[in-house]
Design a protein around this ligand. Structure first.
Ligand code: ATP
Length: 445
């Protein structure tokens, strides 16, 4: 079996053909750096988010979920250093006028497109500026958040006052962020409107290392056990001081072997007390913590595990892409782990023009869907075509209701054929045991 021969063109076309991801504003020629998720893309994205929320929030007692506003007071981004420091070096070709990120070029003097001379690099702030209300002057400027973190720091005191948590504890959020990337590219890898899953974990300053190591392990567990990514494609890299974000004292990036190379998938940063201290100073509201046991007052330090949903989704699809030969034809399939698969199983009647088969199959489908919602009905074309379609969207199991289910062979009455996506193996399973059989395979939580 050939695994992952998928070039990006194959993945992008499969994603469009099967309703995972479409180009943003496609009928108007597209809008660079934006993508729209179709029904299967949304389902996959929600599965990734739910697995994350379960591991990092629901299964723990020290994590507080929030969903803060995207628009925030402009002072938030001044205090956090984003207004002055959230920028990438931009260079422009003097001949073709195309713009590039200087730190992504091998030769910063020559245009990679037309070989014209490149101008001097200048800092380009990546925050999207907007105006709040009807006045369009300096006083009404605000920004679309470039990371979800800010919404957690400004709610730190609210969480202290309402829940009185003891250190260490964390805040977690899933939401949109916006970055006016100079050169969006590589499908959903580098976009201008993105979704992040972030944690701000507050610790005593002397304990930062312990929590940092712990979250590094947890990030790895999430990638391997929850998303089912191949271990050998995941790499952790210590980020050198000159490449770290302005707020970080220590960072480890986790990179993944995408079809276009080894690139950042997610990050882990030690933000020290940078943010809480900066917001205390700018807002004049005390964001320190009082330890009831030691009777000390101090500003907690922060460990920040940060994940990009789109990059995780792309890694999951790229890793799952596979081709093999079946009946002399090349078969394309996505070997998603059943936990992330957008459709867990599809139910078919063997023939769609036999009402008794259709009625029985509908019955099996309806009952199964009550227990496992991500079940699909499919009666288009013949069974071979349905298998191919389900393989391409990564459905782990296909269930066929046939004449034996109706009792043509008496000992097979009320059993169905369950076909495994990866091996093509078919098993006869009693209808009454189907849900338990699938749940065991999916490890439904
Ligand atoms: P890069 O170096 O690739 O620009 P970054 O180091 O600026 O990324 P962070 O600021 O650490 O990224 O953002 C946290 C996470 O958000 C990243 O690990 C990534 O998963 C995601 N992310 C950041 N920028 C983008 C983007 N433009 N498109 C898609 N995902 C992004």
């Amino acid at each position: 079996m050939k695994e992952n021969p998928g070039t990006m063109e194959k993945l992008v076309s499969l994603c469009k053909r099967r309703g995972f991801i479409y180009q943003g504003s496609e009928i108007y020629g597209g809008l660079a750096g934006t993508w729209d998720y179709g029904p299967l893309g949304v389902a996959l994205k929600k599965n990734i988010e739910q697995l994350w929320w379960k591991r990092f929030v629901l299964d723990r007692e020290d994590m507080y979920g929030v969903d803060a506003a995207i628009l925030m007071h402009p002072k938030v981004w001044e205090a956090s250093g984003h207004v002055s420091g959230f920028s990438d070096p931009l260079v422009e070709c003097q001949k073709c006028k195309k713009r590039f990120r200087a730190d992504h070029l091998e030769d910063t003097t020559k245009c990679p497109e037309c070989a014209g001379a490149l101008g001097e690099p200048r800092q380009f702030n990546m925050m999207f500026k907007t105006h709040i209300g009807a006045m369009e002057d300096e006083s009404s400027i605000s920004y679309l958040r470039p990371e979800t973190a800010g919404g957690m720091f400004v709610n730190f005191k609210n969480i202290l006052d309402t829940f009185h948590p003891k250190l260490p504890f964390g805040m977690a959020q899933i939401g949109k962020a916006f970055r006016n990337e100079i050169a969006p590219r590589d499908f959903i890898f580098r976009v201008r409107e993105l979704e992040q899953m972030e944690i701000e974990y507050f610790v005593r300053p002397e304990n930062w290392k312990e929590s940092f190591e712990y979250f590094l392990q947890e990030q790895m567990e999430f990638l391997k056990s929850d998303l089912g990514l191949s271990k050998d494609k995941i790499h952790t890299i210590d980020v050198p001081a000159e490449d770290r974000a302005h707020y970080s004292k220590h960072s480890v990036d986790t990179e993944f072997d995408f079809p276009f190379g080894q690139k950042e998938l997610l990050g882990l940063a030690y933000r020290t007390d940078y943010d809480l201290s900066a917001h205390t100073q700018a807002s004049k509201v005390d964001l320190s913590y009082f330890d009831e046991e030691t009777k000390e007052r101090f500003t907690p330090h922060v460990i920040e595990p940060t994940f990009g949903v789109g990059r995780l989704l792309l890694a999951v699809i790229a890793d799952a892409y596979a081709e093999d030969e079946q009946n002399g034809e090349t078969r394309v399939y996505l070997k998603f782990s059943p936990k992330v698969a957008p459709v867990k199983a599809a139910v078919f009647p063997l023939l769609k023009n036999k009402p008794e088969l259709v009625a029985k199959a509908r019955d099996v489908f309806t009952n199964l869907k009550k227990e496992i919602p991500q079940i699909m009905w499919d009666d288009n074309g013949n069974v071979g075509k349905r298998y191919r379609r389900q393989d391409e969207i990564g459905t782990p199991w296909c269930i066929t209701v046939d004449f034996d289910t109706l009792g043509e062979t008496p000992e097979l009455k009320d059993t169905v054929t369950v076909r495994d996506r990866d091996t093509g193996e078919q098993k006869r399973i009693p209808v009454a045991e189907l849900a338990a059989y699938l749940k065991k395979g999916i490890e439904v939580y």
